[in-house]
Design a protein around this ligand. Structure first.
Ligand SMILES: [Cu+2]
Length: 386
């Protein structure tokens, strides 16, 4: 789960992460895009303060819409473009005070949308209506390479979900049978598939908090702490509880619900590019800090899952990237390999060592490698829409 709804996010953004996020975020400059066609127009500026979310235009034509978000407030903020039912069309997380980030969102259909800034990264945010006019051909409809890219990513997501469902079932069955050691061994395995497709899962706003929420997340009154991390706490800290089996059943039901909802999804190239970047943000904020799996310390498994997922999205886009910016692909290969090589040092058995074995220097080295990868990844959205 992203840190999106988490009050503690800003607090946990310690010096190391802040530097990482800062370096990663300031380098998202898009290459100047030609006007017309599918290209991105001049960005709509968003001035995010602690009390306001000033969007320079409340309307844009359908197609690729570009936002340039500046955080002029004192709190870490986020920016969202929502469609009907708060479906996330595009988002930028973890924008530190004084920083700017760019976001390109592909919106093929005209209609009513909503912009939101979330100072402090909590609650519904400061919302404004946003209108998209006309309709644009989906970029995948107009370009065979882009169509193949999104079809390839759809196959990737499908294959991950098809593994997530039975692996989660094994985990849930072990919990319900009271087989604690077996359940502990299965926990990081099932999560790997979840973490690879996390941005897709997160796009369903209601499922992610139930399945991957943390104990200290903000919740609606009466909504409990459930999902993977609740069972993680039971297994590693509290021991199985009277309602552990109910929580396990709900996790399984939600996983199947996710599978059903993902099946008809069609992706856009921009979503792939943004998803690849979001997965690295996940690594920076959740895994390198040991925040995500705070009871089991299996964070490095999730780290690898996020990295795989990011690479999966980039790989699907690769023919398009190679056509438009021949230097970018090899740079991405090299930076992915560097992070992988670093992670390999912590391999143990079929998985990874405990997060607790990492020294501060280890974490710094990982943050630097992830940062070096985040920079070229942040250029992918601009390249595929150019
Ligand atoms: Cu997560």
């Amino acid at each position: 789960m992203s840190r999106t709804t988490r009050r503690s996010a800003a607090v946990l953004l310690t010096a190391g992460t802040a530097a990482l996020v800062l370096a990663g975020c300031t380098s998202t400059a898009q290459p100047a895009a030609p006007s017309g066609g599918d290209a991105v127009g001049a960005p709509i500026t968003v001035n995010a303060t602690d009390a306001a979310c000033e969007v320079s235009s409340v309307e844009a034509p359908a197609g690729n819409i570009s936002f340039s978000i500046k955080n002029s407030g004192t709190k870490v903020t986020e920016f969202y473009l929502y469609g009907t039912g708060d479906r996330i069309m595009g988002e930028v997380e973890n924008i530190g005070p004084g920083l700017s980030r760019n976001l390109i969102v592909e919106v093929p259909d005209g209609g009513d949308y909503t912009t939101a800034c979330k100072p402090g990264m909590i609650g519904d945010g400061i919302r404004n209506a946003f209108t998209v006019t006309g309709t644009a051909a989906r970029s995948v409809d107009t370009n065979a390479k882009l169509a193949e890219a999104t079809a390839g990513y759809k196959r990737y997501v499908g294959s991950q979900i098809d593994a997530l469902v039975p692996k989660t079932q094994e985990f849930v069955d072990a919990v319900k049978a009271g087989k604690v050691e077996e359940a502990k061994a299965l926990f990081p395995v099932s999560r790997t598939y979840w973490e690879r497709i996390e941005p897709v899962a997160e796009s369903f706003g209601d499922l992610d908090p139930k399945m991957d929420g943390r104990e200290d997340d903000e919740r609606e009154p009466g909504v409990g702490f459930t999902g993977f991390h609740r069972l993680e706490k039971d297994l590693w800290v509290d021991g199985l509880q009277p309602d552990s089996a109910t929580v396990a059943d709900q996790l399984m039901a939600d996983t199947k619900d996710l599978q059903t909802r993902v099946a008809p999804l069609e992706f856009t190239p921009v979503q792939l590019a943004n998803g690849a970047k979001e997965l690295l943000d996940e690594v920076a904020t959740g895994k390198i800090e040991g925040e995500e799996d705070r009871y089991s310390h299996t964070d490095l498994w999730d780290f690898k899952g996020n990295l795989d997922g990011s690479q999966g999205a980039v790989a699907a886009l690769r023919p398009v990237i190679d056509e438009k910016d021949p230097q970018l692909g090899p740079t991405l290969d090299q930076r992915f390999a560097a992070v992988d090589a670093l992670l390999d040092e912590y391999r143990e058995g079929d998985g990874y060592k405990s997060y607790l074995t990492l020294t501060e220097d280890d974490k710094k080295a990982m943050a630097a490698a992830v940062d070096a990868l985040a920079e070229p990844i942040s250029r992918v959205a601009g390249v595929v829409t150019s």
